[in-house]
Design a binder for this molecule. Structure first.
Ligand code: PBG
Length: 325
């Protein structure tokens, strides 16, 4: 007996596979997360993320310009203050001369509107306890007091020139509070990429080193439990009702089912963040010769796109954009 239907016919040549490929990866889909550190005189390669750097003010501009020339869709900036500048309220986050706000302004003046400049709107890099918000007397993250700090941070970032804010702290009501504060300050065109479904993940490990986080303990009272799916859809409804312009699922590779469901329901663009641990795992396996690095990177990004991401945040954004364009 011979099969009547042979799907292999469409796999016979590279040209045929290219013709019928369902999902594509283009430079514009990729956003590069970048770290800028206060007080560095040389870029510092993050040991757990080989190939990713804490930038100086100067090297940030060079690397950002190169990424834009390679065609990336945008940049997402994280600030790393000096340890002595951290405090319980994350004061550095709202200081116009703080590392993040200062660097956003420098990026905007260098790059103008030639790319989309995004800012991490979260306190964890700036607090001495390492949590994403301010704490109550008993040491729990205080949701509503944190919202006040986020609104101040959001306005500072908008004034520094960010096009998009990425509230990543998973406080209830953060998108609505930030929207109201931005509008009241006249920043009606500054948009929000809401971290809609952000899970409490072991894969953030290398990021803690990347930003010099002083966190002890975990973020389970505010980030989502990896066991939950329905909760992500509830968070989606809330973020949309609160005015999110784009929504995000994070991490990416262990949450592709969530990404698919969010993408199927979302009326706004959907992003996924291929996080530090995902980067480091592929990098480490490739360094050991266990997987083909470039093929694994391409496959991981295509998988995230296939699961429904319009936009992918990845530490390989500039490199991959360069090979695609
Ligand atoms: C919080 C934040 C984190 C990441 C992005 N924003 C860390 C966390 O939630 O613990 C992680 C990104 C990565 O791991 O690449 N400001």
């Amino acid at each position: 007996m011979f099969p009547d239907i042979r799907p292999r016919r469409l796999r016979t040549t590279a040209a045929m596979r290219r013709l019928v490929g369902e999902t594509s990866l283009e430079p514009r889909h990729l956003v590069l997360p970048m770290f800028v550190a206060d007080g560095r005189t040389e870029p510092w390669e993050i040991p757990s993320m080989p190939g990713v750097y804490q930038h100086t003010d100067e090297s940030l501009l060079t690397a950002a310009t190169a990424a834009v020339e390679a065609g990336v869709g945008g940049l997402m900036l994280f600030g790393v203050p000096r340890p002595e500048d951290k405090d319980a309220r994350g004061t550095g986050a709202t200081d116009p001369d703080g590392v993040l706000n200062r660097s956003l302004a420098a990026l905007r003046s260098e790059l103008g509107d030639s790319t989309v400049i995004m800012a991490d709107t979260c306190l964890d890099e700036f607090t001495d306890h390492g949590h994403c918000g301010v704490l109550t007397a008993s040491g729990v993250v205080d949701n509503d007091a944190t919202l006040e700090r986020y609104t101040e941070m959001a306005v500072a970032q908008a004034e520094s020139g960010a096009h998009v804010l990425g509230p990543s702290g998973m406080m209830d009501g953060q998108v609505a509070s930030i929207r109201a504060a931005l509008d009241a300050a006249g920043h009606v065109d500054v948009s929000q990429l809401a971290y809609t479904a952000k899970y409490s993940s072991a894969f953030y490990g290398p990021f803690r080193e990347a930003v010099g986080s002083s966190l002890e303990g975990d973020r389970r009272t505010y980030q989502q439990d990896p066991a939950n799916r329905r909760e992500a859809l509830h968070e989606l409804d809330l973020d949309l009702a609160e005015g999110a312009d784009m929504v995000m699922v994070k991490p990416a590779m262990s949450y592709l089912d969530i990404l698919r469901e969010v993408a199927d329901r979302s009326p706004v663009p959907v992003a996924a963040y291929q996080i530090s641990g995902e980067y480091s795992m592929i990098t480490a396996a490739a360094a050991n010769g266990w997987i083909d690095r470039d093929a694994a990177i391409a496959e991981s990004l295509l998988g995230i796109r296939r699961a429904g991401a319009d936009i992918v945040l990845t530490y390989w954004a500039a490199e991959v954009a360069g090979t695609l364009s």
